[in-house]
Design a protein around this ligand. Structure first.
Ligand code: ATP
Ligand code: MG
Length: 553
């Protein structure tokens, strides 16, 4: 099992495990990540993955990847493959421990028979509506089904017929016989098996009855010898039910521990909603770089290490909490600042002519200011350049506050000379269209004594510049909690994607899909892995250099 490199800070689950190991209550840490293959993984799943695989690695145990594929209607192989890819990419390895709930269908069926034979399960033939009505409320007990006292023989015969396809969907259901007056609604004779004449992505048409999630989940963990069933808080109320099943079936009882799910601002995480964003084409797919999915983040250029750091930083607790999206973006910046090679690119070009320079030079520019081991690249320089429009002001503030170009001001061109703006030219509309500058040719790679030039700006040589498409992403939702809006779709940010062009230094033309760069002073950009063709990279903005959103609010 491979694992993230850093030592993980402690949390309440570790405390429980430490005590169990010490007292001898448990001698092995076996966890699992149990996705239902009905959608792609999102950042909330990443939290669960890092937690489960991380614990197994740190305690020398193992973590299973198990697909909880008990609902044939919504599940697909496409999702299975995508989930495997995402878990691997996040840096985790389930080794030989890949399982499917559907592998246990026969065992689960036998478990159901065992309960029927013990008199603790019965076939109910009420309509769904009747069952709902008879379930009672939080303050009123439920009403027992008229079929609750069917004989064991009758139940066995009916269940057999259900299995053999002799009854239509919804006509009968197998229920546990627990207590219709239980204060915990989950114990009011919950459904165990339903009839569904549906094709299953793995078992095909073998079955037309399928176990309910609640009847499957705990038993699957038990079968696999999972010692710690770690799940989110909404399953706390299901724990008594899971334990009831395991006790009645007389099989191993894993310890269930609940933790608070991740909630991220400006994000929705319900798979139903994410699926709707995809099918209604609000985004280009599950891996649209604006999606909170693992595949979307990968395509956008978020490094796996940054997602692991994030999951570690937010910690694991039992109190519901909201994490600001900026925490995730900070983790991405921190990681990319260390690893991304620097390049020069101009998104909003203004022409500069260097009047005293009439040559073509190939400058040597380091790929990373602090990491010489990352090497350097050739940066062509000529007398015609593009700089960013924002780096010139006609009436700039005093030089102590503004370090960029203005009339008669000096700046250093990154990796090149110090230049001075001698003249600016306007068009008929009064817009500045060109700067005439002179270069101090004695300043390549050094600062002349006694002259302080604070400003450094980025640039590209105009005859060498390459035009590429850049996709500038913003938050997919412009409300902090889109789920609170009457309809979360109304919280979509209409400006979450802006397509524009950039003029980039020539070495970027060879950039490979998935490669990330820091465009100096602009942001981090990653070559799109789907839409780029050879020699025509398309760049996704991964993240800004600073948290600009905080300022805008
Ligand atoms: P649904 O059951 O509605 O389809 P889900 O988000 O529960 O959606 P699963 O595939 O069942 O999806 O989730 C797999 C695992 O990931 C579960 O153990 C679940 O607890 C965990 N998980 C899901 N969402 C989050 C979240 N936001 N934070 C932490 N863990 C999560
Ligand atoms: Mg679930």
């Amino acid at each position: 099992m491979s694992a993230p490199e850093t030592a993980t800070p402690s949390n309440f689950i570790r405390t429980i495990i430490d005590e169990d190991l010490q007292s001898g209550r448990c001698d092995q840490v076996v966890t699992r990540f149990p996705p239902e293959p009905n959608g792609y993984l999102h950042i909330g799943h990443a939290k669960s993955i890092c937690l489960n695989f991380g614990l197994a690695a740190d305690y020398n145990g193992r973590c299973h990847l198990r697909f909880d594929d008990t609902n044939p209607v919504k599940e697909e192989d496409e999702y299975v493959e995508a989930i495997k890819e995402d878990v691997s990419w996040l840096g985790f390895d389930w080794g030989e421990h890949l399982y499917f709930a559907s592998d246990y269908f026969e065992t689960l069926y036998q478990y159901a028979l065992k309960l029927i034979k013990a008199g603790t399960a019965y076939v109910d033939s009420q309509s769904a509506e009747e069952m709902r009505r008879n379930r009672g409320t939080l303050t009123e007990p439920g009403v027992e089904s008229p079929h609750r006292n069917r004989s064991i023989e009758e139940n066995l015969a009916l269940f057999e017929q259900m299995k053999n396809g002799e009854h239509p969907d919804g006509s009968h259901i197998l229920r546990a016989k627990i207590d219709m007056a239980a204060p915990n609604m989950n114990l009011r004779d919950p459904a165990l098996y339903r009839i569904l004449h549906a094709h299953h992505h793995r078992t095909g048409d073998t079955w037309c009855i399928y176990p309910m999630y609640d009847f499957a989940h705990g038993q699957e963990d038990s079968i696999e010898g999972v010692t710690y069933s770690i799940c989110t808080l909404e399953f706390e109320d299901h724990r008594p039910l899971y334990e009831w099943f395991l006790r009645e079936l007389e099989i191993f009882v894993p310890q269930q521990i609940e933790f608070a799910r991740l909630n991220l601002s400006y994000t929705v995480m319900s798979k139903r909603k994410l699926l709707q964003l995809v099918t209604d084409k609000h985004v280009s797919g599950w891996d649209d770089p604006r999606m909170p999915t693992v595949s979307g983040m990968r395509r956008r250029g978020y490094p796996a290490a940054a997602i692991r750091t994030f999951c570690e930083r937010i910690g694991v607790g039992r109190a519901a909490s909201w994490i600001d999206l900026s925490v995730l973006e900070d983790c991405v910046r921190e990681e990319l600042n260390e690893t991304a090679c620097r390049r020069q690119a101009v998104l909003n070009p203004l022409k500069v002519t260097i009047t005293n320079y009439d040559q073509l030079e190939e400058l040597d520019a380091p790929n990373h200011p602090q990491r010489p081991e990352l090497g350097s690249r050739v940066l062509p320089m000529s007398s015609e350049l593009w700089i960013d429009r924002d780096d010139f002001m006609e009436n700039p503030p005093p030089p102590k506050k503004y370090f960029r170009l203005g009339p008669e001001r000096e700046v250093r061109l990154r990796n090149s000379y110090i230049i001075r703006c001698d003249e600016f030219i306007k068009d008929a509309d009064g817009e500045i269209v060109e700067l005439k500058c002179s270069a101090d040719l004695d300043t390549l790679g050094k600062n002349p004594e006694g002259r302080k030039v604070k400003g450094i700006i980025h640039w590209v040589s105009a005859p060498h510049a390459q035009k590429v498409q850049v996709r500038v992403y913003d938050r997919l939702f412009d409300q902090e909690n889109p789920d609170k809006a009457e309809n979360y779709l109304s919280a979509l940010n209409p400006d979450s994607l802006q397509i524009s062009e950039a003029l980039v230094e020539p070495s970027l033309i060879d950039a490979k899909p998935g490669e990330t760069f820091q465009f100096e002073r602009v942001g981090y950009f990653t070559v799109d892995s789907k839409d780029a063709t050879d020699g025509e990279p398309v760049f996704n903005r991964t993240v800004t250099l600073r948290d600009t959103w905080a300022k805008m609010k």
